[in-house]
Design a protein around this ligand. Structure first.
Ligand code: ZN
Ligand code: ZN
Length: 293
């Protein structure tokens, strides 16, 4: 399985259009790399690709990665997308991929996410022909473009525009395995807590992409960016008491934090936060990171 990080930032990206925080300024002044909104492309054979989430930056992400370019006058090697939840930065790219031709696009998500999307005028067309928006079974393996996939419900709620309702399947992680190797990839860019199921899924993964949105619960408040805490936005912070690093101490999986919010001090490689991530043996994703499993 070939894995390529198309984007490694949370909603807004780095820099975010209306933000002059230290991280956004560093990226704007080209002192640190820019980051587009979180998405990963995976392929069993290098020919057909599947998107894990479809960010509003998808057009630029396709242009930045030649294997996703069309090989014919009209066409695409992208077979479809697996969507973790209904946040706009995770499915907004569907509204960008409008010139799809007659073949359409196969989108898969939980039933809850499909229902929320179908009620939004921007995304509703993707639940109708020529597209197909299939319900991914929860906790049961299914075949998808040469990969075996499992959607694992994780703690979280529906997005703010849907009232942050607690519903089983509002947020899922995806476990993916190729046919030729026992190695599995876990894609979990959003979770509010690490429950037993998620902890088991992380422990059994070869590589786990994890929610790296925030390092501290209060970083938006202390940096004067917003009056919201990480946990109230449905993200377990990476650091601090009960944070992801503490919870996963000793985990064998290769952990890669992704979906980094521009407030996150981990974006500065010289910060104590980034040092703690490295000490834990974990990595911080960047746009263009590629792995083979
Ligand atoms: Zn997001
Ligand atoms: Zn910023």
């Amino acid at each position: 399985m070939i894995v390529r990080v198309l984007g490694s930032a949370a909603g807004g990206g780095v820099p975010q259009w209306n933000c002059a925080c230290a991280n956004c300024t560093a990226a704007r002044e080209k002192r640190r790399p820019r980051r587009t909104q979180s998405s990963v492309a995976v392929s069993a054979d290098g020919a057909q690709w599947l998107l894990l989430n479809c960010s509003p930056d998808v057009a630029a992400q396709i242009e930045a990665f030649a294997p996703l370019h069309p090989a014919r006058p009209r066409g695409t090697p992208i077979a479809g997308a697996l969507i973790t939840d209904a946040n706009v930065d995770h499915l907004g790219g569907l509204a960008v991929l409008r010139q799809h031709g007659d073949r359409g696009f196969v989108v898969r998500s939980s039933g809850v996410v499909r229902k929320i999307a179908a009620a939004q005028p921007a995304f509703a067309p993707f639940t109708r022909a020529p597209h197909r928006w299939l319900e991914a079974p929860l906790d049961a393996a299914f075949a998808c473009n040469g990969l075996t996939v499992r959607a694992i419900p994780v703690p979280g709620t529906t997005p703010g525009y849907d009232g942050r309702r607690s519903e089983h399947g509002a947020v899922v992680a995806y476990q993916l395995a190729g046919r030729e190797s026992m190695d599995t990839l876990l894609f979990a860019p959003v979770f509010a807590e690490i429950d037993e199921t998620l902890a088991r899924s992380i422990a059994s993964a070869s590589v786990a992409f994890l929610d790296g949105s925030f390092y501290s619960d209060d970083e938006l408040v202390t940096q004067d960016l917003a009056l919201k805490r990480a946990r109230s936005l449905g993200h377990l912070p990476v650091g601090g008491n009960g944070g992801t690093l503490e919870r996963l101490r000793g985990t064998k999986a290769h952990m890669i934090f992704t979906h980094l919010n521009n407030s996150n001090p981990m974006l500065d490689p010289d910060s104590p936060a980034a040092a703690r991530v490295r000490e834990a043996g974990a990595e911080i994703a960047f746009d263009g990171l590629e792995l083979t499993l």
